[in-house]
Design a binder for this molecule. Sequence first.
Ligand code: NAD
Length: 376
Amino acid sequence: MKRTNLEEPFSFADSLGPLKVIHVYEPSVGLKGVLVVDNVAAGPSIGGLRMAPDVSARECFRLARAMTFKNAAAGLPHGGGKSVLFADPKQTDEQHKQQLVRAFACALADEKHYIFGPDMGTDEVCMAWIKDEIGRAVGLPRELGGIPLDEIGATGLGLACAAEVAVKYCDLDLEAARVVVQGFGAVGKHAARFLSERGAILVGASDSSGTLHDPSGLDVAALIAHKDAGNSLSQWKEAKVLPLDATLDIDCEIWIPAARPDVIDEANVDRLKTRLIIQGANIPVTHAAERQLHERGVLSIPDFIANAGGVICAAMEYAGASEAAAMQSIEEKVRRNTEDVLKRAREERCLPREAALELATSRVEAAMRTRRWSVF
Ligand code: NAD
């Protein structure tokens, strides 16, 4: 039997949420969107607005739940939510995109439990339109009090802090540790920068054009300038260019996925020659591969612990903090959470991801116990 959207919301209901699933439709502008507010026991939810042609209410719920855990794991006074707009950002001109985003924001103006942020297909300009319509959004342009998290490398800083703590748990020294970064974009290039400032050596990096490899070390500042000038890594003349998937085979101590989900699975996990993985991308390693790595003694710091720099920065922006205070908060929170998770994983002899989920769930449940109702 075909399930309708009206039945679907309760099919994801469990003890944590979701509190609300709202379908928004406005035919005059071709607007179809969904908002899922998962759990707001800790505070109003923050989560990105994704614009894509193939989104669904189910995907929106999974992303909202991931935000509940991410915000709780980061110790932020925010719950998890997410919104999706059914549209192809590549096929939608600027004027229509603005119409859709403004209409969606207007329809959700009274949903004070949800604060919009940027995600795939939306950016700081979209957040400025939303702020203009309803007065609340994060990830705003600098002119509106925003902290440009990709420009300052908020998530990359968090990855470097997670690495600082994690090396102690695998008998490594960050000084001279060899690092490979898959995906030299907003997250990856800043992770490489902050790690090289801490003495590590970038020996491999890739973008969608190919992989660079230099066992004696790549010049991180020069590579970032090369990328920022609009070039691809394969146009870099001073290192060997290898195929896209060659990052998997490069000998290193720290391997950082910062591109796509599911890049490490059971079929390729054996190729990795590393001691530590710091997950920059969301769900870059499948569950089965993560378990195999654990059994081989490779430590893997889960995405929602290691890459929380972006959400911490967004929450600090929402609280009216300065850029310097946001960076300090990222350092403190990511270090403390990585330490908590690794300690718990060692004590309970479980995977860091299991320890991280336990930590996040216990924080959400503790917040729920303080409320008259539970998820709100
Ligand atoms: P980005 O688009 O700036 O960078 C992604 C980079 O990956 C690009 O250089 C691209 O060329 C490269 N790439 C794409 N496919 C590749 C492949 N198959 N092999 C190697 N490189 C490939 O994106 P970003 O903002 O840096 O985000 C990267 C990942 O981190 C995404 O999964 C994102 O969801 C996640 N993430 C981002 C943030 C953030 O603050 N931007 C926070 C948390 C998680």
